[in-house]
Design a protein around this ligand. Structure first.
Ligand code: 7PM
Length: 277
């Protein structure tokens, strides 16, 4: 579980890996259109690698909570050209954030080596497609569906339920032929969870280590920070870094972040303290 092959590019998990978030959202207020959106995304990817990102997670916003549904055609048009540009510009692995088998296929053909799926490959055809493509996979827990999941999240024991869900999805992946060493799990902070659920999951993150898979976390700028500190999206850096540090202390191997440099420095320092020989 130390080095994961992502389509021929290595993701080294001997140290905590920083996953830089690259959202491809066409800016409807600029008339530069798709070309400008793509150029801007490429520039941001290069910048994140310069700041120390170990993998770039590219998403067409289709999996964002509350986001308007994006058609498969639109998702492909957003992500595929950017994957090709990023693949040629940087050497780090690329992850595709999608739940759609067709997007997985085209993204891997374009150079993605990991599939990051907030639905943990539960969509029709997703599991067999991921297995056939041979990509690494990140399986995320979500209760409900993005549009409605924050209405009434409910658990008996959130940590046990997330762990059991991830164990079952991991098992399904192995049965479908995905190599166990290519499977990553993620508790899905904010996906069908109250603040109390999110805090319990972070506090008890180490209990997910029993799954025997590297743990990925996404806490960056999430609304749990808004609930605790009442800070708008643009002012959540310090809290995001604190949450990333706590996740690493509690066993996370991959941290999905917007702010690469700050996260990386805080995490390397945390590792120096927590992972001392
Ligand atoms: C609005 C709310 C916009 C939430 C975007 C988000 C995760 C992920 C996302 C995560 C993995 C965000 C989320 N979150 N993939 N995709 N883990 N593996 O903050 O926590 O980017 S979308």
């Amino acid at each position: 579980m130390s080095i994961i092959d992502c389509g021929g590019r290595a993701l080294d998990l001997q140290r905590v890996a920083i996953m830089g978030i690259l959202n491809i959202t066409p800016d409807s207020f600029s008339d530069g259109g798709l070309f400008l959106t793509r150029e801007r995304a490429l520039k941001r990817a290069i910048e994140m690698v310069g700041e120390g990102a170990d993998i770039i997670d590219i998403g067409g916003e289709s999996t964002r909570p509350g986001a308007a549904a994006v058609s498969v055609g639109e998702e492909l048009e957003r992500v595929v050209p950017v994957i090709e540009l990023v693949r040629d510009a940087v050497a780090v692995p690329i992850s595709i954030d999608t739940s759609q088998p067709e997007v997985m296929r085209e993204a891997v053909a374009a150079g993605a080596g990991m599939i990051n799926d907030v639905r943990a490959l539960r969509a029709e055809g997703a599991l067999s497609t991921a297995a056939e493509l041979g990509a690494a996979v990140c399986l995320m827990h979500m209760q409900g569906e993005p549009r409605t999941m924050q209405e009434k999240p409910s658990y008996g024991d959130v940590v046990a339920e997330v762990r059991e869900f991830l164990a079952a999805r991991r098992q399904a992946c192995v049965q479908a032929g995905i190599a166990p060493e290519k499977i990553i799990v993620d508790p899905g902070f904010g996906f069908g969870k109250t603040v109390a659920h999110n805090l319990a999951l972070l506090r008890q993150l180490a209990e997910l280590k029993a799954l025997g898979a590297p743990i990925s976390v996404g806490l960056s700028r999430k609304s749990m920070i808004e609930k605790v500190l009442h800070l708008p999206l643009g002012e959540r850096l310090h809290a995001s870094v604190a949450l990333a540090v706590l996740a690493v202390q509690n066993g996370a191997s991959i941290v999905r972040v917007h702010d690469v440099r700050a996260s990386r420095e805080a995490i390397r320092m945390t590792e120096a303290v927590c992972r001392a020989a």
